[in-house]
Design a protein around this ligand. Sequence first.
Ligand code: ADP
Ligand code: MG
Length: 158
Amino acid sequence: MILRLRSESPEDTLAVARTLGEELRPGDVVALTGDLGAGKTLFCKGVGEALGIPPDRIVSPTFTIVTEHEGPVPLMHIDVYRLSGAREADEIGMRELLSGDGVCLVEWAEKISELLPTDCIQVTFTISGDDRREIEVAAPDLPRFDDFRARSKRFQLH
Ligand code: ADP
Ligand code: MG
């Protein structure tokens, strides 16, 4: 399933993220791709909210690669911006992390594409204006993502 969504404000992006977050299950990996300032971290806040994590806990860290948030479902917020690539990520245990029981959100996921599970959820952001973003969501064909499609209708581009 591939959906193209239009966000016209940070609040829209949060709403899309919360809606996706409500469909996520332990073990899911969400790969986030997009330029600096595209909205990846904001999206993580929205997903976190849906999983019971207060949004102010999810921040863009300067040096930390992995932040674990405890909740009903553990949430791993991963930002690989400062890693050189898949090999370095592998050396610090990324493979194990991505195959664990938490929900993993990976910012700059394209840097470690070789390590991502084939059934991961891909979210790609394009900046199309000061407050406008195009958000493409590619997810496995599963009923829970059909629910996401139905519940995100107002943001869909046709
Ligand atoms: P990234 O993690 O991709 O570098 P952030 O989520 O940290 O990006 O920052 C996105 C910035 O863009 C925030 O300051 C946010 O307020 C702003 N912004 C403006 N419009 C939008 C939008 N429609 N969706 C997401 N962020 C937006
Ligand atoms: Mg970020």
